[in-house]
Write a protein that binds this ligand. Structure first.
Ligand code: ATP
Length: 664
């Protein structure tokens, strides 16, 4: 019996190799048939997406604000939700909850909410969804315009857009000036979502031949109140004229002012008004503790120094009223070495430098940022513990914006306002009217260090610094002189010679406009030609005069804009009345940092290794000696103890000896 007979017999088993091959052939044939069928049936991707979109859109009408707690409760695309989740955004804030649904439904929205309440995502989510819904592609051109008042804010919005929109395929661009127009013009046409500043946008509309917004679907005006405060009303009108009438418009603002409502009337159609904190007891975040101190002008620098020495491990922003103050005091404080890293941010810096400073301050755990109101609105610096308003803000809205740089998104924060005795009554009244809960606290005189002598000696050795001190002096006086609210700002009440001394100057520089004013009859009744008694003139400008002045600059600005002769950033300086004569010298902050690095290098005990010394050189002033750090905790606790218990010791208003001490 051979093998063959056995395999061919009736009970024989089939050859497993042959039957596997047969099965395999049959299976792969079936598989290829199936694949072919699937290919025929498979819909194009766009079509599948279309179906998803129409399902999402059907759910728009069902959005119930009361049921929304997370972004995923909104009918949003997978791409947007993924971007939000990856950026750790899950729960919605009140303004997001109330506006996203309305914006998805295609309505125009005017949204107002406290600072730090999440307005950026409230418009970015609808922006992404709007274009997704239309299956927008790069060939469709410009679909969304987001207008921000400042370059910094535009940059920040652009960064958030990049983060949450990274799973979409749209192209986004940032057009804020600072680069040459031609460079931007070459790229502007391939952008679907454009984040920009008003001045630069209008310049492109006027000068870049291929730039057009005929396909525009959505316009977003962020920080609308600031756009208007900066004198961009005419620019905005001109921009809006260039946009298609059929579009959706979202307008966001932290404060509700008359001018915002005017802009809304001009740019929105039957808008939904969402003012989430309208009925709130306070207009500032509940997690923000707010206090003010009253202090004579010549003491302010020493108060600031003492404050910094007490908060060496904190992150603080100090607001000043002019660039020149920031420039001078930044340099002086670097030399004073309070023991913490100091940075400066103001409108006269080169754009690149502004970005560097912004990023550096964001990165640092403990640092102090000396800033003008450029940093006051919209900028989102994480984990800022303190906002100190060194100079009184122009009005309560500016106060709210400045203070809003801390206590953002449920975090704690503290705000301290320094007021001159002449500013106290008017400003506190305004703040209370605006529902800002501020309490007066006192300075602990034992914690004050007088730095005037040190400033004098710096200035004696450094002519450049002296000139900066003089410019700082003039610039501060001018800023008070130009303030609109004469109830709060009265230049005649400033102790001019003592202020000059406190800056380290031996004599007060001549201020032409002050001299002119002093020549005018002061507090005397003036008799007109027809023998009628006319109101006495005070040393300050009248409201009408200031208004006239501002109108003049706004007009000048818009003419310059139209003729393309203006560089961005200049507009704010003009609007604030800082003349061209005073054009700033070249920035030399790096040079200062380098100098400081070298000084440090000469202290071998604080430079243990090469790498460390290199690290140290990267920052202007960095914990220059260890004693400072050790002292920090005690000082800080003391400051807080005194503050919390409201027993700041000596009342400055009553005890003038302290003031004399500072000006002597
Ligand atoms: N849903 C959210 N979940 C977590 N964090 C959020 C959320 N929304 C916003 N934030 C964070 O809160 C902070 C403030 O947000 P945003 O800058 O949008 O506030 P804003 O209302 O525009 O403030 P301002 O009026 O000062 O410009 C940011 O750091 C942001 O990342």
């Amino acid at each position: 019996m051979g093998k063959t007979s056995a395999s061919q017999g009736p009970g024989a088993r089939p050859d497993p190799v042959r039957s596997f091959n047969r099965w395999k052939k049959k299976h792969s044939h079936k598989q290829s048939q199936k694949n072919q069928l699937r290919k025929q049936l498979k819909k194009p991707e766009w079509q599948v997406e279309r179906e998803v979109i129409s399902r999402l859109m059907q759910n728009y009408e069902k959005i119930n604000v009361n049921e929304i707690t997370r972004f995923s409760d909104f009918p949003l695309s997978k791409k947007t939700l993924k971007g939000l989740q990856e950026a750790q955004y899950r729960l919605v804030t009140e303004i997001q909850k109330q506006t996203i649904g309305l914006a998805l439904q295609g309505k125009d929205v005017l949204g107002a909410a406290k600072t730090g309440s999440g307005k950026t995502l409230a418009f970015l989510v609808p922006v992404l969804e709007g274009l997704y819904r239309l299956q927008w592609t790069s060939t469709d051109g410009l679909g969304v315009l987001i207008i921000s008042p400042t370059r910094e804010l535009a940059y920040q919005t652009f960064e958030v857009l990049r983060k949450v929109g990274k799973n979409h395929d749209f192209s986004a661009g940032l057009i804020i000036g600072g680069k040459d127009l031609k460079h931007e013009a070459e790229r502007i046409n391939n952008i679907n979502i454009l984040v920009c500043t008003p001045g630069r946008l209008l310049q492109h509309m006027d000068e870049t031949i291929c730039f057009h917004a005929t396909n525009l679907q959505m316009l977003v005006l962020d920080e609308a109140d600031r756009i208007l405060d900066m004198g961009f009303a005419d620019t905005m009108n001109a921009i809006i004229e260039n946009l298609p009438k059929k579009r959706q418009t979202l307008l966001f603002s932290a404060t509700q002012t008359k001018s915002v409502k005017d802009l809304a009337r001009l740019s929105l159609k039957n808008p939904e008004y969402v003012w989430v904190h309208e009925k709130a007891k306070y207009s500032t975040p509940a997690t923000l503790e707010q206090n003010y101190i009253v202090c004579e002008l010549p003491q302010k620098i020493s108060v600031l120094y003492s404050f910094l020495r007490s908060h060496l491990k904190k992150k603080s922003i100090i607001f000043f009223s002019s660039c020149k103050e920031v420039q001078y005091l930044y340099r002086v404080f670097c030399r004073l070495r309070p023991g913490i890293s100091i940075l400066a941010l103001h409108g006269r810096q080169q754009q690149m430098r502004r970005m560097e400073v912004y990023n550096e301050f964001v990165r640092k755990k403990a640092a102090v940022l000396f800033a003008t109101d450029l940093a006051a609105r919209g900028l989102d610096f994480p984990a800022v513990n303190w906002v100190l308003q060194f100079d009184c803000p122009e009005d309560a809205n500016t106060y709210i914006h400045r203070a809003g740089r801390t206590a953002r998104y449920k975090e704690d924060g503290e705000a301290l306002l320094i007021l001159l005795p002449s500013e106290e009554k008017g400003m506190v009244q305004q703040l209370l009217q605006k529902k800002v809960p501020v309490k007066e606290i006192k300075i602990n005189p034992e914690k004050l260090t007088d730095v005037q002598k040190k400033l004098e000696s710096f200035l004696a050795q450094d002519q450049d610094l002296k000139e900066r001190a003089q410019r700082c002096f003039v610039s501060y006086i001018r800023s008070v002189y130009l303030m609109k609210d004469k109830e709060v700002f009265d230049v005649s009440k400033l102790p001019i010679p003592e202020y000059a001394l406190s800056l380290g100057l031996a004599v007060a520089p001549r201020v032409r406009f002050l001299q002119r004013m002093q020549k005018q009859p002061n507090k005397e009744l003036v008799v007109s030609q027809d023998n009628k008694v006319i109101e006495p003139r005070t040393l300050s400008l009248t409201n009408d005069e200031v208004e006239e002045f501002r109108a003049y600059f706004n007009e000048k600005m818009s003419i310059l804009h139209k003729s393309g002769k203006i560089a961005e950033g200049t507009e704010y300086r003009l609007a604030r009345g800082i003349s061209d004569e005073e054009e700033e010298e070249k920035e030399c902050e790096e040079e200062m940092e380098e100098k400081l690095g070298k000084t440090k290098g000469s202290q071998p005990q604080s430079v243990p290794s090469n790498t460390e010394s290199q690290k140290n050189r990267e920052v202007p002033v960095q914990f220059l000696d260890r004693d400072d750090d050790e002292e920090d905790d005690g000082l800080n606790a003391d400051f807080l103890k005194v503050k919390r218990h409201n027993v700041f010791g000596l009342d400055l208003k009553e005890n003038k000896t302290l003031q004399v001490g500072f000006v002597s």
